[in-house]
Design a protein around this ligand. Structure first.
Ligand code: MG
Length: 266
């Protein structure tokens, strides 16, 4: 299933994204209830996908991020973050950084260099802590696409990453949550990032240093994850800057594309 959160007129709700078998056109079938509470029903209402505004598919209490999870990216980042470590590097983005799959990324005036980081994102299904590797599949609701936007100069200057990673709009997410993928399938997806149509990142989730069960087991060894919380799994090589006016698109195979223009606040 592909579960989107969307706005249409004055209403915000969840819907299943489906393709009409006759016309090939995509539409959203409105759901009642909340998908993470498991009480969803189709209302019978539907709208063309192109007629609704897609929102971030979840509102997480926190976004937990893994750094340095692709060997080729670790190599390119050595000067900023040091060598890779045995345990996954974990940091947070505030919930207020989350924005929709087609919303603008606001370029802060305090940064000279804002970078994209295309990432596979995991959406958590239920409250969980101390999850052993073999039970990780039970706590995953689905997968989506995210951009871990980073003010690279501030990351370097501040030594820790809260400001660099935490600006409003620095976590575009979507276009919807895809359910039904096994962990094995999620760990073998192509991930590409383009800037104004030019390819900048071209990786595969099979290149993870720390796999999905390892990442979730590690995070929940010290932090409770709640339904709708999102885990970003790290970015492949090819990170680089985006300027005001440019459009950055992240695509993960089978999950879709998010596309965000970088704008100034004024
Ligand atoms: Mg990242």
């Amino acid at each position: 299933m592909r579960i989107a959160r969307f706005a249409s007129g004055d209403e915000v709700g969840f819907g299943l994204v489906e393709t009409d078998s006759d016309s090939g056109e995509e539409f959203v079938a409105r759901l009642s209830g909340h998908p993470l509470l498991g009480d969803i029903k189709l209302t019978g209402e539907r709208a063309k996908l192109s007629d609704v505004r897609l929102l971030s598919p979840v509102l997480p209490t926190k976004v937990v991020c893994i750094g340095k999870n692709y060997a080729d990216h670790v190599a390119e980042m050595k000067d900023i973050t040091g060598e890779s470590t045995e345990e996954p590097v974990v940091f947070l983005k505030p919930s207020t950084a989350v924005t929709g799959p087609h919303d603008p990324i606001f370029h802060p005036e305090t940064s000279e260099r804002v970078d994209y980081e295309g990432e596979l994102a995991i959406v958590i299904a239920r409250p969980c802590r101390e999850v052993p590797r073999e039970r990780v599949k039970d706590v995953i609701f689905g997968y989506t696409v995210a951009n871990d936007v980073t003010a690279r100069d501030l990351q370097k200057r501040d030594k820790q990453w809260t400001r660099a990673k935490g600006f409003d709009s620095f976590c575009p997410m979507g276009p919807w949550i895809t359910t039904g993928l096994s962990i094995e399938e999620a760990q073998d997806l192509a991930l590409t990032t383009t800037v104004d149509g030019e390819t900048r990142q071209d990786g595969r989730t099979s290149q993870f240093i720390h796999d999905i069960p390892g990442v979730i087991a590690h995070i929940t060894s010290f932090m409770t994850l709640l339904p709708g919380d999102v885990v970003l799994t790290g970015t492949p090589a090819g990170v680089g800057p985006v300027r005001v006016g440019q459009e950055v698109a992240v695509t993960v195979e089978r999950l879709g594309t998010i596309r965000n223009r970088v704008v100034s606040r004024d």
